[in-house]
Design a protein around this ligand. Structure first.
Ligand code: ADP
Ligand code: MG
Length: 623
């Protein structure tokens, strides 16, 4: 047999490498931004069109490239950053593999313009699918500009695999934020389809975090600082009272590189200890500096994971530093920090206790109160919105159970039918007189116990309301628009630049949910109407909750846009566990739940209701 092994042509090898290096537009953004930083730039701009699918351009004022370097930069394993294997243990630049540009050029049309200081003219090179199409001298500013056009133009399978623009732009913004946050000494700007999304002037780390997340962030930050032989830590944690319900603002940077590390994340979470409830996540922005010889950043091509030689000590140091920081700011005043204020051998004390701060909130405050239906009949669900339901929920339940409740037989089902009072058939909620009141009991401010003839139901109030709202929003999308309640006083709400951009991208859909708003300024919106179902007065909280859920679902689940928005909005706006409900509210909730198409579970399959069968109960009591 003749020899069959051949070396792959470069273009093919590069395309294969591109699969690893460039997963989506955001990966190219990261590589280009990092190259610009490595080039010593102090001003970097990112220009995006069509979520990076049409154009990603990064312009820097760094040291530029000579004509030969410009040409070589597209070759695989071409790098100016390491010279020998020994350098791998002392990496101080972002890049070192020399494969980013080769990979990007294999799957896009790339235009490079670059000029080094001292030269009058620069170099322009156009590469398309690894082939150099054009190379000429040009006049251009000092520094480098890379334009990546039509990413994946020659890999249709990858191009089709890209997500919708809002999702891809979200990933781009995330990369931009990660890079910009830790390089506060560099001015960064970002434009998306001609709109300025960020304009971050150089300054301190604190100023940069505030620049990225909005002015309100300033008051939320508690500084953290610690210097030991093993690691130096500088940065901030968020005050516990601002902790989020989802992991969002959690950033570790090791030697100015964003990393993810669940073990170290646990150290921070642990330092917050009893200051947070189980479902809350602290914000943190922590820069760690470690001897590069003591870490291995080479284990992942996109380099967000790294290995530490001394992970356990770093854990202990982070945990204690965060505890100290919270303590110094009187957030956990019972700790005696003096003993721990300087250390090289980190100690953990199991006796540490933290006093939980209390915040006074008037939970009953509701500016909509005067506008709701007559007193006493106020419900968490707008009754005028209610679907016409021809049967009561109890009979629906019986239908559902029909096949399995053979012990009750037809006779009992007839009895069940008789329970239907005529009022249930009308569009209005039934007006029970005391004697006819359904047995509904709220348990632990979380569940509703409802008695049926055949047993009992336990309904999870938060999930039930989420299901109801989810179906409402899905219907709104189908109809094209939800019902809007105009606000007496339109509210101006400031969002972070990233959230504002996401609202821009999703504005048609967010309006279909029932919101009425207009953009005003860079990242502010005037909200003049909200979905009628919405009873929570804090509109900003609801919209932020919606966006946060949306982002989380995008990365974790593969939902269609409408489904994602409907469930995210439902989650954000639903009545929470812990809220006491009046009888009328429970009644309306149960009633509305059973006029849903799928009352028994959430879209993710989690149950909204569990049943306690009378027969089973009897059996358990040995009747
Ligand atoms: P790496 O960053 O791993 O070295 P890249 O493929 O990203 O590999 O870049 C290859 C080389 O091109 C770099 O080592 C650098 O010398 C040069 N280069 C890339 N981008 C720039 C830039 N913006 N300014 C100056 N030189 C650059
Ligand atoms: Mg690079």
């Amino acid at each position: 047999m003749s020899d069959i092994i051949k070396l792959l042509p470069d273009a093919v090898a590069n395309q294969i490498a591109a699969g690893e290096v460039v997963q989506r537009p955001a990966s190219a953004v990261k590589e280009l931004l990092e190259n610009a930083i490595d080039a010593g730039a102090d001003t970097i701009s990112l220009v995006i069109k069509d979520a990076g699918k049409a154009l990603i351009q990064v312009i820097d004022n760094g040291f530029g490239m000579s004509e030969t370097d410009a040409r070589l930069s597209f070759e695989r394993h071409a790098t100016s950053k390491i010279k020998s294997a020994a350098d791998l243990f002392n990496i101080e630049t972002k890049g070192f593999r020399g494969e980013a540009l080769a990979s990007i050029a294999a799957i896009a049309q790339v235009e490079l313009k670059t000029r080094v200081e001292g030269n009058d003219l620069g170099t322009q090179i156009v590469v398309e699918g690894s082939k150099v199409k054009e190379q000429e001298v040009c006049s251009t500013a000092k520094g480098t500009s890379f334009s990546i056009k039509n990413l994946f133009f020659n890999v249709p399978a990858r191009r089709n695999f890209l997500k919708s623009n809002p999702v891809e732009i979200k990933h781009i913004i995330e990369e931009f934020q990660r890079v910009a946050m830790v390089h506060a000494d560099i001015s960064f700007s970002m434009y998306n389809n001609g709109n300025e999304v960020f304009n971050l002037k150089n300054g301190s780390f604190r100023q940069r975090i505030v620049g990225v997340f909005g002015d309100k962030m300033n008051q939320k930050l508690v500084p953290v600082e610690e210097n030991t032989d093993i690691v130096s830590i500088a940065g901030f944690v968020g005050k516990p009272e601002f902790a989020k319900k989802t992991r969002g603002e959690q950033y570790f940077f090791v030697n100015d590189r964003f990393i993810k590390n669940s073990y170290l994340n646990h150290a921070v979470q642990n330092a917050f200890d009893q200051l947070l409830s189980k479902d809350q996540f602290p914000s943190y922005f922590l820069k760690l500096y470690i001897d590069p010889a003591k870490i291995d950043i080479n284990i992942h091509p996109t380099k967000t994971e790294i290995k530490f030689e001394d992970e356990r000590s770093i854990y202990a140091i982070i945990r204690t530093a965060v505890k100290q920081a919270l303590g110094k700011h009187n957030i956990a005043p019972t700790l005696d920090f003096e003993q721990e204020s300087s250390f090289n051998v980190p100690l953990m004390r199991s006796t540490d206790t933290i006093k939980v701060p209390t915040i006074k909130v008037n939970k009953d405050y509701n500016p909509f109160e005067t506008k709701t239906v007559s007193p006493g009949s106020r419900s968490i669900i707008d009754r005028s919105q209610r679907k016409q339901s021809s049967e009561n929920w109890e009979s629906l339940y019986t239908d559902f159970e029909k096949d399995s409740t053979d012990i009750l037989g037809n006779q009992s089902q007839k009895e069940e039918q008789q329970v239907i009072s005529p009022e249930w058939n009308s569009n209005e909620a039934p007006d029970f007189d005391e004697s006819e009141k359904q047995t509904l009991i709220q348990l632990h401010a979380k569940f509703i116990l409802a008695q049926l003839k055949s047993g009992s139901l336990i309904i999870d109030q938060e999930r039930a309301h989420t299901r109801i709202l989810y179906e409402t929003y899905i219907q709104n999308f189908a109809k094209g628009k939800g019902m809007t309640q105009q606000l007496l006083f339109p509210e101006t709400i400031d969002f972070t630049s990233a959230d504002a951009e996401l609202i821009n991208e999703l504005q048609t859909e967010v309006k279909q949910l029932g919101f009425d708003f207009e953009k005003m300024g860079k990242s502010s919106f005037v909200v003049s109407g909200v979905p009628v179902e919405l009873k929570e007065p804090n509109i900003k909280k609801i919209i932020e909750g919606l966006l946060e859920q949306f982002k989380m679902n995008e990365s974790e689940l593969k939902l269609k846009k409408h489904e994602n928005l409907a469930i995210s909005m439902a989650r954000s706006a639903s009545v929470r566990s812990g809220k006491k409900l009046s009888y009328e509210e429970m009644k309306a909730l149960v009633d509305e739940l059973f006029s849903c198409e799928m009352p028994y579970s959430l879209p993710n399959g989690k149950p909204t209701i569990i049943t306690l069968n009378l027969e089973d109960l009897n059996q358990q009591f040995d009747y």
